[in-house]
Design a protein around this ligand. Structure first.
Ligand code: PLP
Length: 428
């Protein structure tokens, strides 16, 4: 498979991006295999695992609950993780809540906001089910109406149409930043401006953006933003919910428990006489952090953020784009390959999805793995509304998705292109 020479040109700002050195930090990688499924979950560098082992081996204790050295040390490292995560998205530490993952973060918002029958929520039809089902539940639990903006097969957002779907009943707009199925980047800052003008809350699902793009909640101007640690070099079991400070202070979290109230300041005369109005909530962000937080995971995620900062998110973004561009241009040249999402490589962020002739995606996925040692995802990628819109036969729903990250190389892309070409040729 030939790829145009200009596709390979390195921009000067990326001189220090050393993918061979980066790969040494990820022991899971092997040179004779290509891991192209970081969108589902990324690999983890040794330093993140080490940071978490260090916690378990050397200062294993709960945080913010002990007066002894071990607990103080655990709290110090936990707070370092909190600071890193806040810095990573240009938020204040008071605006960060740790959840289990993106899904739990979105559910927390859905369960916390107060809804009235007839309220409307607007999502797009390229959302992951994690940004649909928490809202869908409200349709029968609270009489809320869920509406879908359809950006079409390629994920092109027409902001005039989107704006026309926001009316006086709309309470919230919730949209992905980067589509996990198409790789297109959604104009979230523009959508935030529309929402602000219309006085509607705006949640950004940044599960696929946080690993690949600089994310700045201030620049975007959203009210909520959610992402997962395990997709951005961090451990499983930790996600992040950003809540704009003014809202975080005003709202009463759906999850309450240990750590969320200041027990000494409670004005209730007895347990029986306890009322919400007399409760003093803990200061932000602890008001939102019910129970023991994922301590080792926050420490690991903080280390993952530091790792990404060391490499430079701009450099990661540029590297991912180079690989994506190379893959897209190559795939476009293979007869029988149907590409989903924008055909312009610059509009893709690290994700490409495709089908080969009339082969079932799952069969292509297995063949890529068994014959060519390539790991990709095959199926509907939890983007049910998207495939429902564009594919009529449920039995063949879905496509094959390849995704790239900082540890992938041009060899990975070429292995994929060579394999797809062979599979496509065998169909002719
Ligand atoms: C865009 C998007 N949103 C939400 C999720 C859910 O993430 P998690 O499973 O970590 O909660 C995913 C997972 O792939 C995703 O791609």
């Amino acid at each position: 498979m030939m790829v145009a020479a200009n596709v390979l040109a390195e921009a000067p700002s990326r001189k220090t991006f050393d993918v061979a050195r980066i790969r040494r930090d990820f022991p899971t990688l092997r040179d004779d295999e290509s891991f192209l499924d970081s969108v589902a979950s990324s690999l983890t560098p040794t330093c993140v695992v080490d940071a978490m082992s260090e916690y378990y081996n050397r200062y294993r204790a709960n945080v913010h609950r002990g007066t002894y050295d071990l607990s103080l040390r655990a709290s110090e490292y936990y707070e370092r993780g909190l600071q890193a995560v806040a810095r990573f998205i240009h938020a204040k530490p008071t605006e960060i809540v740790f959840t289990q993952n993106t899904t739990a973060a979105i559910n927390l918002v859905a369960q916390t906001l107060k809804w009235s029958p007839g309220d409307e929520i607007l999502v797009s039809s390229i959302e992951h089910t994690s940004n649909m089902l928490p809202w869908f539940r409200l349709t029968y639990a609270a009489g809320v109406k869920l509406r879908f903006y359809n950006p079409g097969r390629e994920g092109n957002f027409d902001l005039n149409v989107l704006e026309s779907m926001i009316n006086e009943r709309t309470r919230l707009v919730s949209m992905t930043f980067v589509s996990n199925v198409l790789g297109c980047v959604v104009p979230v800052a523009e959508i935030a401006r529309i929402c602000k003008r219309k006085k509607v809350l705006f949640l950004v699902d940044a599960a696929q953006a946080a690993p690949h793009l600089p994310v700045d909640v201030e620049a975007i101007g959203c009210d909520f933003l959610a992402f997962s640690g395990h997709k951005m070099l961090g451990p499983t079991g930790v996600g992040v919910l950003y809540i704009r400070e003014e809202l975080a202070a005003r709202m009463v979290p759906a999850a309450l428990g240990g750590g969320t109230i200041t027990t000494g300041a409670c004005a209730c005369s007895s347990v029986d006489a306890c009322q919400f109005s007399l409760v003093t909530f803990a200061e932000l962000p602890w008001k939102w952090q019910a129970g023991t937080p994922p301590i080792a995971e926050v420490i690991g995620l903080g280390r993952a953020v530091e790792y990404l900062e060391d490499v430079g998110l701009d450099a990661v973004e540029a590297h991912d784009r180079d690989l994506t561009r190379r893959a897209l241009i190559g795939l476009r040249e293979i007869s029988g390959v149907e590409i989903f999402g924008p055909l312009d490589p610059e509009a893709h962020c690290a994700i490409i999805s495709f089908n080969i002739a009339d082969l079932l995606p799952v069969d292509v996925g297995r063949t890529l793995n068994e014959r060519f040692k390539i790991a990709v995802r095959a199926g509907d990628h939890c983007a049910l509304a998207y495939f429902k819109e564009i594919q009529s036969d449920k039995r063949t729903w879905g496509n094959v998705r390849a995704s790239f990250y900082l540890y992938n190389t041009q060899d990975d892309v070429d292995r994929l292109l060579g394999a797809v070409e062979k599979i496509a040729n065998s169909c002719q």
